[in-house]
Design a protein around this ligand. Sequence first.
Ligand SMILES: [Zn+2]
Length: 374
Amino acid sequence: MRKTIVFYFIFQSFFLHSQIRCASDHYMSSLFQINNLYKNSQRNVNKEIVQWTSNNNQKESINIITIPVVVHVIWEDNTDENISDMQILSQIEILNKDFRRTNIDVINTPSVWNSIAADCEIEFCLASVDPYGNATSGINRVKTSVSTFNLIGDKMKSTNEGGTDPWPINDYLNIWVCDLSGGILGYATSPSNFLSSGDGVVVSYKHFGDNGTVEPPYHKGRTTTHEVGHYLGLKHLWGDSNCGDDQINDTPTQQGENNDCPGFPHNQNSCGTQNLNGDMFMNYMDYVNDFCMNMFTQDQKTRMVASINLYRNNFLTQTICNSSTSIINSTNKQNKKLIRIIDILGRKQSYEKKNTINLYIFDDGTVEKKIKIN
Ligand SMILES: [Zn+2]
């Protein structure tokens, strides 16, 4: 019996530590090895962003950028991988709150960084139009016979390999949600003048949204917030090396990743410089637990907006977010109860606004998209 218990704890411990918070750096390195064009275009990114930023005064910008999202749910029979619409919508809502700084845990940002914590003025919607011009829910469900996926081979991004091909990468943020092997929570591609054919974000179905199949401590949708940060050009705070450079001026230099949820201040003066505030571990681009993260900075916002203008500029003029209405996954179940009405950006609506597209969420996990006309 004792042996069993000891083995159980060793196994549990191995399992917990075998989780990989983010595999983006590893993934990008593997892409560079097979594609010189990608590698060379990434080398110019920092220079191009500095140039763009010096030519464009961010403070004058008042436009909100809205990014159309398609969520590809890749699921195998007899599993819980086919996550509900409600779980998917919760992730869109979290992205909008985190990128607009309307998340309730902003109160946990240390006061020393309140003045640089950013409303990034970037929003996300589930696409209303598919690549063929048809109405869509922005959710693409694909049944597969592949039990787990890995970043090697990227099979979730290929219809021929048990996943699904991306929707046009210049027009949509493609997010694949699937069973990732090796304890990987997620990974993303970074933007440059050359976008890879698998451009987008991959997230484990166990860490997408904040309900349904999510598992703590990564159960508040921050894996996707972090990966979309990479997708929009952000690096980890430690620049992926010991006291490295993340190309962001207003984040302190830090030695390496932080895990769990440290107390503030943490790791003061760790990189041989005077740094009484220590690491900005609560930044979305660190590795702490989901409930411990709560901010992007102004300079991170600038880099993301620059990246969109330089490399993802179809998002600046898109009409995919609001050009039609359709019913999502409507069932004939009579006794389902309406539990919440939200707008297409995931914001809760206290009453039914007329002539506006709203999403009606029911207690059985279904969602209907409706527009009420006068
Ligand atoms: Zn990362």
